[in-house]
Design a protein around this ligand. Structure first.
Ligand code: ATP
Ligand code: MG
Length: 229
């Protein structure tokens, strides 16, 4: 995927400024930046949940900037929003089945079984209401819900936020494993988590790309200066 000179405004405020970067077919790119930098806004623009003012999102060689959200999901974008946004009144199973059928996944049953194999707690909680799950369980459900659509680009917005350490480790393992076969775009507040899991990074500061590159030769101190309050 290539993001080309993306601009976004909330009314009169210019939130994303000529944001450009690319991600490969595999691997993990971390989007870093302090609170309010524009990370969630960027992801919502990529998913088509928010309109952009100008620029392009190119996927498999063609712009999908004009496509509505559900068409982007069918084209291969999976989304784990900040705050999880699971369907609280539906059961765990229904959360997954709705996502699989809405996205038109051909082998929905197998896709659901694979997601449950990654996060066994989902199988254990199958008939519980989504709203009755703990924060960490909801986060696993939110990731599983994105996976049942069989994405080739998985976009995650702070999947470790408010999640207990043991579940953070499981989420980290799953993201590492997935990044071997699909492309991951990860917004993350925790610098060490991002550095350990991502091969590329993009730092946003006030809606602009401040610095980007490979994590292997990242200047950690320089990057941390952009993240400090
Ligand atoms: N719906 C909205 N209407 C107007 N301004 C908004 C709206 N949502 C966010 N903003 C503003 O846009 C800027 C970017 O917000 P955004 O949520 O994208 O930041 P973020 O990097 O995801 O922050 P955080 O780390 O806190 O999640 C902020 O200044 C925020 O106040
Ligand atoms: Mg955010």
């Amino acid at each position: 995927m290539a993001v080309e000179r993306l601009n976004q405004h909330y009314g009169g405020s210019h939130t994303l400024r000529n944001v450009s970067f690319g991600v490969g077919d595999k691997g993990c790119t971390a989007i870093l930046g302090r609170n309010g930098a524009g990370k969630t806004t960027l992801l919502r623009c990529l998913m088509g949940v928010l309109p952009i003012t100008s620029g392009a999102i190119v996927w498999n060689g063609a712009p999908l900037t004009a496509l509505p959200s559900h068409r982007r999901v069918r084209a291969g974008f999976g989304y784990v929003p900040q705050g999880r946004e699971i369907f609280a009144g539906l059961t765990v199973g229904q959360n997954l089945e709705i996502a699989a059928s809405a996205s038109g996944t051909a082998d929905a049953e197998a896709a659901v079984a694979e997601a449950v194999a990654l996060f066994p707690v989902i199988g254990q909680m199958w008939r519980r209401r989504g709203g009755d799950l703990s924060g960490g369980q909801q986060q696993q459900l939110s990731i599983a819900r994105a996976l049942v659509t069989r994405p080739s680009l998985l976009i995650l917005d702070e999947p470790t936020e408010g999640v207990q350490p043991s579940i953070v480790s499981r989420i980290e393992e799953v993201i590492s494993e997935l990044s071997g076969r699909l492309s991951i775009l990860l917004v993350e507040q925790y610098f060490e988590f991002a550095r350990s899991i991502a091969d590329h990074y993009v730092v946003l500061a006030r809606g602009e790309v401040a610095v980007s590159g490979g994590t292997a030769d990242m200047d950690s101190d320089a990057v941390k200066r952009f993240l400090a309050i």
